[in-house]
Design a protein around this ligand. Structure first.
Ligand SMILES: [Zn+2]
Length: 265
């Protein structure tokens, strides 16, 4: 179940083994431009870099995670990077070495961050046989979702020894608002299966609507996640609470999902 406090959402599915996390809204930051107010975590959207960094710093405090953050430009791929503390500051304080759409780590004190504005943010945690933790974060728009970034993230976590993997899917655009074309349904069918596409892309009033949270939940369960918590919030339904690409035609800020082993130092 998801609960809201201090401008962020948290899932009790991830409240294990000292792992800290949070899914941002558009509240609680210092951005002043109307389309960015007030928590924008994306560079090149109209805020100065300093403003974006201040927002990320505040968000780390709300979520109780380390300010040593790893992020990257995202490209709707299934590239998930395994990172350690040497990745701290990438994509925030300095340029990231490469674009990617997900991270995993077993290292304490490093915060993994992905950015969204309608796409689904996935946060995951698991345990190792030795009693340690492994975490993951992924950005899943429809392309990354259908290409299986959720399963790739789970596999990368397993490679670090993770068992009992639990996942939470934060606020994203839901089937109420995410109208799509037949070309998208066909592409999803090609990457997954026709039955998969039919389960998650439904016809209503002669139009097609996609459920990317449902797609990711199914892929996570198939990949072996023991628990998947889905935030019921739709980003496009509540423009006062979320940045939504669809609801604004693209003139919008960016939210973030953060996760860290060990919390703030
Ligand atoms: Zn909606």
């Amino acid at each position: 179940m998801f609960t809201y406090h201090d401008y962020i959402w948290q899932s009790d599915a991830l409240n294990v083994k000292g792992v800290s996390h949070g899914f941002s809204t558009r509240l609680g930051g210092v951005s002043k431009e109307p389309h960015l107010v007030s928590m924008n975590t994306g560079f090149f959207r109209g805020d100065s870099d300093e403003t974006v960094r201040e927002n990320i710093k505040r968000l780390c405090a709300y979520a109780g995670v380390s300010e040593a953050v790893a992020a990257a430009p995202q490209i709707h791929s299934v590239t998930v990077r395994t990172v350690d503390l040497s990745g701290a500051g990438e994509g925030v304080e300095r340029e990231a070495p490469q674009p990617c759409d997900g991270f995993v780590t077993a290292e304490a004190g490093l915060t993994l961050a992905v950015r969204v504005a309608d796409c689904a943010p996935l946060l995951l945690c698991g345990e190792t046989a030795a009693g340690g933790a492994v975490i993951g974060a992924a950005h899943a728009g429809w392309r990354g979702t259908a290409a299986g970034i959720a399963a790739v993230t789970v596999e990368k976590m397993k490679a670090l020894g993770a068992e009992n993997i639990r996942a939470a899917i934060g606020a994203c655009i839901h089937g109420c608002c995410y109208e799509v074309g037949e070309d998208m349904r066909d592409a999803v069918a090609k990457m997954q299966s026709r039955a998969f596409a039919d389960r998650h892309i439904r016809c209503r009033g002669g139009r097609l609507y996609a459920d990317i949270a449902g797609m990711n939940r199914e892929i996570l369960i198939d990949a072996g996640a023991v628990c998947v918590d889905v935030c019921p919030e739709c980003t496009a339904c509540k423009p006062y609470l979320y940045h939504s690409h669809r609801a604004t035609g693209g003139k919008r800020g960016t939210m973030a999902a953060l996760i860290c082993i060990g919390g703030r130092r």
